[in-house]
Design a protein around this ligand. Sequence first.
Ligand code: NAD
Length: 356
Amino acid sequence: MEYRIALLPGDGIGPEIVSAAVRVLEAIGAKYGHTFTFQDYLAGGCAIDATGEPLPAATVEGCLASDSVLLGAVGGPKWDTLPGSIRPERALLGLRSALGLFTNLRPAKLYPALAGNCPLRAETVAKGFDLLMVRELTGGIYFGERGRREGKYGPEAYDTEAYSVMEIERICRVAMEAAQKRSGHVISVDKANVLETSRLWRETVHRIAAEYEGVEVEDMLVDNCAMQLVRDPARFDVVVTTNMFGDILSDEASQITGSIGLLPSASLGEGSRGLYEPIHGSAPDIAGTGKANPIATILSAAMMLRYSFALGAEADAIEQAVEGALNDGCRTADLAAGAPDSLTCEQMTEEILKRL
Ligand code: NAD
């Protein structure tokens, strides 16, 4: 099969980690008989420098004409003082909306070989964890009505959260389907003791869950969830939640795995095309030094194979190669507490390629 992949390397370490993932995809293609064709497009700060805007129309067109999209990261100090409307991060919101991506999937697991990197208590680490955060991506308070006005105590600002039944139903179905392929347990996170949107969320989640045989739903208030994630992450499997709660909780979940350089993500819509990217940013502090960990981006490419191209065996092969490298002691600087013999981005990629 032939697959067209749009590459958006972006800024900072973006080009280094995307080229690592391309090497892995090319190796997988050669091994399993697939052809991946790659086309680079500008997004983020580099796009602002070249065209004056963070997400040029040619990039959106290129992504829409491709089978899937792999993004490195965008942003950096050079563009920090620009007004909000032309900041590099606008490219991300623009891509989500242009590609209709309403689901964000973020797996977070503790690799046994990296147990020593986990900041949690030893008895919690011993239990391990492997969870999948399913975050609604295009609704809720980040997209609601907002503004400034004169209030009871003078000038004030407001943001509103609104969720339609349709938006809750479709993200809920993604979580239920994921749960059927995992342990069948979904934790739905809301704030139903206070928010009306959460009460609608809870009602809808239970109604939809009833259609999925073998799936059990547990409700959890967001404040409790924030606590349970560090107290007992092993009790989580699939977590489904709103845009803002998911934003915060998925960052929390990432931190307990040991390094931000390990975690992939997928943003999906109705069709098979998705946007795949590491959860970390452009790491300007280490850009160009060779210290970037390519694993999060390589695992994002594996998610692309699994979710966009239904190439499960190929995705498994990449994930096993990554785990094999970690089990054999391969460490980039972020995983080795800066030890002098840590591997560069390129060396870590070589180690993963050797194990494919
Ligand atoms: P960051 O994730 O870029 O970096 C945080 C810390 O983690 C840094 O010390 C960095 O060196 C380290 N780190 C991140 N990825 C790593 C990797 N693969 N290997 C080794 N170490 C890694 O977050 P930040 O410093 O807050 O943001 C830097 C820039 O990235 C900002 O402009 C921010 O807006 C942008 N950003 C972009 C995205 C995105 O493109 N999706 C996400 C978050 C932040």
